[in-house]
Design a protein around this ligand. Structure first.
Ligand code: SF4
Ligand code: SF4
Length: 237
């Protein structure tokens, strides 16, 4: 797999898709949304998370973490933003994974890379386009930094959820996660990245409190078990 940066060229140009729309249909719950996607969807539709959840979005569970995805509509199995002409009705505001296609993202110690999903788009003879231009986003450096931080946050939460045996911990974390990053409306006229950073800090504080409380409960349970064992031992004598 060849790893690419935003300044690299890749065979992406598909002549404006020619009415294909294959990647807007039958995608199941694969088009996961991040907070920046929510910020853009809010701008595009004027709807907040609750309104979007009425028809256009649904929730899925990814390794213990609850995340919103685009919802394929019953009957058509197409995204709810696909219009009658087979075009995206929110094109300038489409989610990051839609912008990216037919590219994928990969994260490692050096940060974020892109790679071409070789057979994902059916159009042949695609033309070379600079990835930066393909994504068409302002402040790309900030966006990539946000994506890396978001990716790391998701991975570490999933790891902690897996480690903590109590379901109540996962539930508590998921409620805070959804509330802070998705349900609470974003101020559209304000800088997204500043809002995200404030929410991330608040979330991390709440997360650390939950971790401490979960660890305390575990330690108490351990002590109780030990004292139970000692009592049992005493009774046996
Ligand atoms: S599969 Fe390719 S050509 Fe078809 S809509 Fe998606 S990007 Fe466009
Ligand atoms: S948001 Fe637009 S580009 Fe993305 S799947 Fe829906 S219709 Fe397609």
């Amino acid at each position: 797999m060849q790893l690419l940066s935003a300044n690299d060229m890749a065979k992406l140009g598909c002549g404006e898709c020619g009415g294909c729309s294959a990647c807007c249909r039958g995608m199941g719950q694969s088009i996961l949304l991040d907070p920046y996607d929510l910020f853009l969807l809010q701008k595009a539709t004027g709807l907040h998370f609750g309104g979007l959840m009425q028809e256009k979005l649904e929730l899925c569970v990814e390794e213990g973490l609850i995340l919103p995805t685009l919802k394929m509509q019953s009957g058509t199995d197409a995204c709810g933003f696909l219009n009658g002409e087979g075009r995206c009705s929110i094109h300038p505001y489409r989610p990051g994974l839609c912008r990216l296609f037919p590219l994928g993202r990969k994260y490692d110690e050096e940060g974020l890379h892109y790679f071409l999903l070789e057979d994902a788009c059916e159009i042949r003879n695609r033309t070379k386009v600079k990835i930066r231009k393909w994504l068409g986003l302002p402040a790309l450096v900030q966006y990539e930094r946000f994506l890396t931080v978001w990716h790391e946050l998701r991975i570490s939460l999933q790891e902690q959820i897996e480690k903590q045996p109590a379901d109540s911990f996962a539930q508590e974390i998921n409620v805070k996660f959804l509330e802070l990053f998705y349900q609470k409306p974003y101020a559209e006229e304000e800088d997204f990245y500043e809002q995200f950073e404030e929410r991330r800090e608040e979330f991390m504080y709440l997360f650390m409190c939950s971790m401490r409380s979960a660890n305390r409960s575990e330690a108490n349970a351990g002590q109780k078990q030990q004292s139970n064992n000692e009592e049992t031992g005493i009774k046996k004598q």
